[in-house]
Design a protein. Structure first.
Length: 390
């Protein structure tokens, strides 16, 4: 028995020495961040803004995470869902990154989540808004620093009713993201007592809206709520104004209707009201400092995508400080990420049990070509991820 004890003690001591050596080696290696974002194609600007925000946050902390240097491994997702599993596997198994950051496109996220489940890779989603990522498909190693379609649209349903609107037409593209967005608005609006006169689903990515606008005019609703984004958002807002509807039927929408599009929309956007978790005009010390730093670094105003990247960086800064740069203890690292609380440019930011951000959603109105914050549409909104079984 005595000999057995000595052997056991020796084995334990050797294991401890090996572990200490491994930890020391790890502390000398850089933290590897795998960025799986679109760097070509339609969503290039979004991928670049997220990357800019992320790199700015880490640069402000000496280009280190938990005392370790940082290495960026950038892979163009091409916003292509069919390539997502292969690209994710390349970052995790080939490049051995410590974290995967991405994507922008919800279809790409579905492929990434499958690999995240198989490998346990710690994944931070800085944009894709599909609800399932932190609901039906939630897992301990997956976090979101952005939003879900429901989170940004639900508050507008209550706001619309409080404005006195009782009958509303909703319109979006016929695809998952658009329908999730409308569902959030319609849930809140009908709960308050409002009526959805008609839901219009436009074939994706059609931007010919004339026939639908004629239908809206004949329905004569109190207001219209919409989700379009990018070029589709620009076309819808401009066509809506050109059809003479803006003056008689207020246009409401998700913030992505106009975010990043103000210059292209021009005068047609004046008075359009949206809800979103950020606005570049948010008047807080944190946002003023962020806007100044971003403009100095990149020569342009930040947008929502830049903030989401920035907060991803700040999340990593805080979590890696908590674990003193040690990425070898996965459970401890996940716990540190889950406990992050930020004084973000967007406002207070923390994470729910499903790892979805708890954040303010703001009511914004376009005035003189800017998103002016009218007020907080919903404070510290938590997404009801009832299907999450972590």
């Amino acid at each position: 028995m005595k000999m057995t004890f000595k052997k056991s003690a020796l084995t334990t001591l050797i294991a401890a020495i090996v572990a200490a050596g491994s930890a020391a080696q790890a502390s000398e290696d850089p933290v590897k961040l795998g960025l799986m974002l679109p760097y070509t194609g339609t969503y290039t600007a979004l991928g670049e803004a997220i990357t800019n925000g992320l790199e700015l946050a880490i640069a402000q902390h000496g280009d280190q995470l938990g005392g370790r240097d940082v290495e960026y491994v950038k892979l163009d997702s091409e916003a292509n869902p069919s390539k997502a599993p292969q690209n994710m596997s390349r970052l995790v198994r080939g490049d051995n990154v410590d974290f995967v950051i991405g994507p922008v496109h919800s279809g790409v996220a579905m492929g990434m989540l499958r690999v995240a489940q198989q490998t346990g890779a710690i994944t931070i989603i800085p944009n894709a808004g599909l609800g399932a990522a932190t609901n039906e498909l939630c897992m301990p190693n997956v976090f979101r620093t952005s939003f879900s379609m429901w989170q940004d649209s639900y508050p507008m349903g209550k706001v619309a009713y409080e404005m006195g609107h009782r009958k509303v037409v909703t319109i979006t593209w016929d695809y998952a993201g658009g329908k999730e967005d409308l569902a959030g608005f319609e849930e809140a609006f009908t709960e308050a007592g409002g009526e959805i006169l008609r839901q219009i689903l436009v074939p994706f990515p059609n931007t010919e809206f004339q026939s639908y606008l004629a239908q809206i005019a004949s329905d004569r609703p109190d207001a219209v709520y919409t989700f379009f984004a990018g070029g589709g958002g620009v076309s819808f807002v401009r066509d809506y104004a050109a059809a003479g509807l803006k003056e008689t039927i207020p246009l409401l929408g998700s913030g992505f209707l106009t975010d990043g599009n103000l210059a292209a929309i021009g005068e047609a956007g004046e008075g359009v009201m949206t809800t979103l978790h950020y606005a570049e005009t948010l008047d807080t010390p944190q946002n003023r400092a962020f806007v100044e730093a971003y403009q100095e670094a990149y020569g342009q105003l930040p947008d929502t995508y830049a903030v989401q990247g920035y907060d991803t960086g700040m999340m990593l800064v805080q979590a890696l400080e908590a674990v003193e740069g040690d990425t070898s203890d996965r459970e401890r690292l996940i716990e540190a990420l889950a406990n992050v609380q930020l004084d973000s440019p967007r406002g207070p930011l923390s994470f729910s049990a499903s790892h979805h951000p708890i954040q303010n959603v703001y009511l914004r109105e376009i005035r003189d070509g800017k998103h002016e914050v009218v007020g907080i549409a919903h404070e510290n909104l938590e997404v009801p991820d009832a299907a999450c079984r972590m």
